[in-house]
Design a protein around this ligand. Sequence first.
Ligand code: NAP
Length: 255
Amino acid sequence: MTPIALITGANKGIGFATAQQLGARGATILAGARDATLGERAERDLRAAGVNATFVQIDVTDEASIASAAEWIGKEYGVLDILINNAGIARGDGDGRPSQTTLATLRTVYETNVFGVVAVTNAMLPLLRKAAAARIVNVSSEVGSIGSMTDPASPLYPMASVPYPSSKTALNMITAMYAKELRDTPIKVNAANPGYCATDLNGRHGFRTPEQGAAVSVHLATLPADGPTGQLWGHLWVAGAADEASADATGVLPW
Ligand code: NAP
């Protein structure tokens, strides 16, 4: 039996690349997308690339769609080995400074990046518990790391914004708390830092590729039994590196 992997937001960007890479390693990919047309296109593209992929409609802000997806996966497979909470959005107000933030924007970002992850994880946990050794990967960010964002030596230090960074900080704590609850089970829960990747999320300004970002999620989704749980792991943005694009170091980041 090949591992069954659900990836939210798999129709493009890092999520699509994650589906490609996990699929190439033999996993059965449930390609989550909120839009049926985009999801079906992703399914076609993945299959054309030799991946055993099936589109699953899932809007992480819509509890009914989450429940339907969980029910369908349960009926079809009876188990879920890998959950990658990848869907995410970035929004800002005005010039992006904290003082410009509106509650409407904050709520919108939290609905997807924070509440959506808890809703999807709780809906999928009964299926994840049925797997021999499930892996949960929450796609977070270095900008959610309070340690990095407040370190004057960090390249991230100049950034000051509330909605997206604080949503990933909340996601980091959520990751740590699920890891704690599940520490006596074979399930591992980790947060991924893909690094700054060129995707629609940032107007394609990132200096890493979606494939490089996806490799971080794949690593955490395929951890061995003695691998870590409850960590933020991934790309390390090396301060002062001559060429950020070549700074491809990975490791544990501070929460
Ligand atoms: P992207 O290309 O914009 O992809 C985001 C994906 O999330 C899309 O498939 C999008 O679907 C989906 N999505 C958004 N809202 C959703 C919802 N309510 N329900 C289901 N799916 C939803 O961005 P990306 O860069 O690949 O982002 C993937 C993850 O990486 C995010 O969690 C992001 O925060 C994280 N991340 C990205 C970077 C970076 O530099 N790119 C860095 C650190 C972390 P639609 O096509 O329908 O909008």
